[in-house]
Design a protein around this ligand. Structure first.
Ligand SMILES: Nc1ncnc2c1ncn2[C@@H]1O[C@H](COP(=O)(O)OP(=O)(O)OP(=O)(O)O)[C@@H](O)[C@H]1O
Ligand SMILES: O=C(O)C1=C[C@@H](O)[C@@H](O)[C@H](O)C1
Ligand SMILES: [Mg+2]
Length: 406
């Protein structure tokens, strides 16, 4: 079996093993190697093919007996092949990956003014790709004339490409720039892939600007690398298939709906059917407060409950692959939407009002359910990616959600 893997310093975040598992029949491991051990590792025969990531893409260049044209030009290697004669060949498949990401996004940089945020390793590749596609590129970095304090000079930018780690897990929610400063912006590209929708992309979505995240780039660069590991060409149709598979596996499934509409029951059944972890937001809130939900309402009031709820949703929303059963009122706070939406597909459950239990549910007891439902209806609709009736058997609801995920 070919021994491949990803070389870097800290790799816990990487989706590469999952992607390569979908692409080919070889062993793919994470090689976390410190700077002191890099030389010994590269010269060892512990591997046949590698992807290289931060902070080693430049450091490995000097080890290569031969470089591809792209690796030579960018002086950055993300694919290393151990050749039979013992020498190393280096390629840069990130360039192909980013070009694919742009193509797939439908955003056309030709003849447009583009800002590349960040001047680290990935910036060079993204700049080269955008220039290859005909854009006029300015790199924004933390120092120099085009820094973040002088963005007004570039208010006419039409394409924004983020290559910084701002907003990347676990620092979700941050964005390198506020897109409202670029009224002519018509395309936003963020190479970060975790979360699926960074704060920058969520803002682009809100402003109606076409946008794309980094997963398609990650999959495309992996495909190109995989072809070189094995010497076998992989059809382009694999790109969308693998992206879909990874997306499907990592996406959170979020359930919202009226108190008692069945979120907890459906989440538990769905968790069993899909073999996924189920998280009950209310349980975490009550653990955090050290008392039950009715007690929080009685002692500290709804405001305190909502604040705790937002904290819990911020923590859970940035996770991947979970099923999250929320409290019925989470939609009353607009700031909860990006927390749930960044990595999740949000399903709203509906159930006959007459069937909704009110026991242990302070809001349902204090209000007329029909009025509550009328008030909440537009809020649920605003949050939901899809609405699923839970009026039939639980299994039917579960099946409907499973099908909607495909
Ligand atoms: N499809 C269904 N068929 C029969 N009973 C159901 C169905 N869905 C939910 N129930 C029942 O309805 C009750 C309320 O469901 P559940 O506690 O899951 O709602 P919830 O939306 O999580 O409520 P809350 O907002 O208070 O957390 C439970 O007794 C549950 O077993
Ligand atoms: O996070 C990852 O798994 C990777 C990121 C990029 O640096 C890629 O160039 C690398 O091949 C894999
Ligand atoms: Mg519940």
């Amino acid at each position: 079996m070919l021994r491949c893997g990803l070389l870097g310093e800290t790799l816990g975040h990487s989706y590469s093993p999952m992607i390569h598992h979908e692409l080919g029949e070889y062993d793919y491991r994470l090689f976390e190697v410190s700077k002191e051990d890099l030389d010994a590792f590269l010269c060892s025969d512990r591997w046949d093919g590698l992807n290289v990531t931060i902070p080693y893409k430049k450091a490995v260049v000097s080890y290569c007996a031969e470089l591809s044209e792209a690796a030579e030009r960018l002086q950055s290697v993300n694919t290393l092949i151990h050749r039979p004669d013992g020498t190393l060949y280096g390629d840069n498949t990130d360039l192909f990956g980013f070009l694919y990401m742009v193509r797939r996004s439908g955003i056309d940089p030709a003849g447009k003014k583009a800002l590349v945020l960040g001047s680290g390793g990935a910036s060079v590749t993204v700049k080269a790709a955008l220039e290859q596609l005909g854009a006029d590129v300015t790199v924004i970095s933390r120092s120099g004339p085009d820094d973040y304090d002088h963005l007004d000079r570039h208010a006419d930018a039409q394409i924004i490409a983020n290559t910084t780690p701002v907003g990347m897990y676990p620092h979700n929610g941050a964005a390198a720039v506020d897109l409202r400063r670029f009224p002519r912006c018509e395309g936003v590209l963020d190479i970060v892939y975790n979360p699926a929708r960074t704060a920058l992309l969520l803002q682009a979505e809100e402003l109606g600007i076409p946008h794309a995240g980094g997963l398609s780039m990650l999959v495309a660069q992996a495909k190109r690398s995989s072809e070189q590991f094995t010497g076998t060409v992989i059809g382009d149709e694999a790109l969308e298939r693998v992206e879909r598979t990874v997306n499907h596996r990592l996406r959170n499934i979020i359930l919202i709906g009226m108190p008692g509409s069945g979120k907890s029951a459906v989440a538990a059944a769905l968790g069993k059917a899909l073999g996924r972890e189920v998280v009950e937001a209310d349980e975490l809130i009550s653990q955090r407060a050290g008392m039950s939900i009715p007690e929080i309402f009685a002692r500290s009031g709804e405001e305190t409950f909502r604040k705790l709820e937002t904290e819990v949703l911020a923590e859970q929303g940035k996770r991947s692959g979970i099923i999250l059963s929320t409290g019925g009122g989470c939609v009353t706070r607009p700031e909860n939407y990006p927390l749930l939406h960044q990595n999740g597909t949000i399903f709203r459950l509906t159930r006959d009002l007459a069937k909704l239990p009110t026991e242990g549910r302070p809001i349902s007891q204090a209000t007329d359910l029909a009025q509550l439902c009328a008030r909440r209806e537009p809020l649920y609709r605003r949050f939901a990616d899809g609405t699923v009736s839970n009026d039939g058997a639980l299994e039917v609801t579960v099946q409907t959600i499973k099908e909607a995920l495909l």
